[in-house]
Ligand binder design. Structure first.
Ligand SMILES: [Zn+2]
Length: 160
């Protein structure tokens, strides 16, 4: 993946030693919007990444706190795969990216930021995104920017 300039990710690095699990914590929170949770299925969770590499960067995780993809049941894996398929369709329809990066980092040495609860990254890409991001890439702007992304995407997830 080509590097995108994303200065708000420094906050993420500073936050790295926090207690708890971002995915399990989101499931407990009552406010979907402030938690950036777009959809919940029988076994899976879809949310916007609070520290995105790009506009519309989604994270998909099983609801069960699980470190390894290979430890999922057939039902959990099927549910997550279907959520991934539908999420990609939504990103294409809602944001019209030129491409999408899908990624999963299993284990710290593979680059996992949250290594104890595995997750998919869905990162929409545009031809001009490396030029576009510095313009909106102010740390203080991101919370608003994220909620705008949330409000734009949430209707698509209504019947998820
Ligand atoms: Zn967890």
């Amino acid at each position: 993946m080509k590097n995108i300039w994303a200065p708000w990710r420094m906050t993420y690095i500073d936050d790295d030693k926090r207690e708890g699990c971002i995915f399990c914590d989101k499931l407990k929170g009552p406010d979907r919007r402030s938690n950036l949770v777009l959809a919940e299925t029988a076994h899976s969770l879809v949310m916007l990444n609070k520290y995105p590499y790009n506009n519309g960067h989604l994270l998909l995780a099983p609801k069960r706190h699980e470190k390894q993809l290979s430890a999922l049941s057939v039902d959990e894996y099927g549910d997550l795969s279907e959520a991934l398929r539908k999420s990609v369709a939504i990103i294409l329809a809602a944001l019209h990216p030129g491409g999408i990066n899908l990624g999963m980092n299993l284990g710290r040495c593979a680059g996992a930021g949250v290594e104890d609860h595995f997750h998919w990254h869905v990162v929409p890409r545009w031809d001009a995104d490396t030029n576009f991001m510095p313009v909106v890439g102010e740390v203080r702007v991101m919370p608003q920017h994220l909620l705008e992304s949330y409000d734009r995407l949430r209707p698509y997830f209504e019947a998820f």
